[in-house]
Design a binder for this molecule. Sequence first.
Ligand code: ZN
Length: 216
Amino acid sequence: MTETEVEQVVKKYFENQFPRFSTSQQCGVQFGVKQGIADVVLHQPIRDETGYFVAIAEGKTSPLPIPRAQARAQLKSYMSATNAQYGVLAVGTDPGNWEFCENKYNNWFAQINQEDFERGIEKWKPMSARISHLWKRIALFLGVLFIVSILSLLLLWPDPPEPVVYITETGRKYHTYNCNFLKQYADGKFAIYLGEAEKNYAPCQICSPHRAEKSR
Ligand SMILES: [Zn+2]
């Protein structure tokens, strides 16, 4: 078994498992000013553009000819350089012996199982779509926050104080404080809330307290 044979098995696996993406073998990857070759690449092509790297596989013969840590580091460097979200360290042609990992970005890689790898790629979206999704959530959150603050302002806003009008001991009318008619009752004047006054008294025709107080 050669490394090329392992790569071909990975390529077949990618093609069968993820038909909505393209698979290529021995794909050039730019590392800053240097070029490297990724063994097998799963990507989403965009017309007239390079497209997005979805997954990168590093094929190795079994048993591993180099230390495992070194093989992992090699795969991770390709994933970092391409922003690929998923990676496979394919040691030999049996997928049961392969290592699957997810790029959590900022140089953090999580080892995942084959099932999560396949499910993740099924749901894969380009980074730009993931970011715009995040922005939509932030906008929704801010919108809800805005509505809640307006509603709570409306609910908690203090009611304006009930206006006060004046009645006399014997009269059947209520008045404003400055009513000319009321002035002769300087001593017998009682303050009462307009709401209460409306129940038992009629507004004075001279000062018309109802209109004056309510239109404030
Ligand atoms: Zn009056």
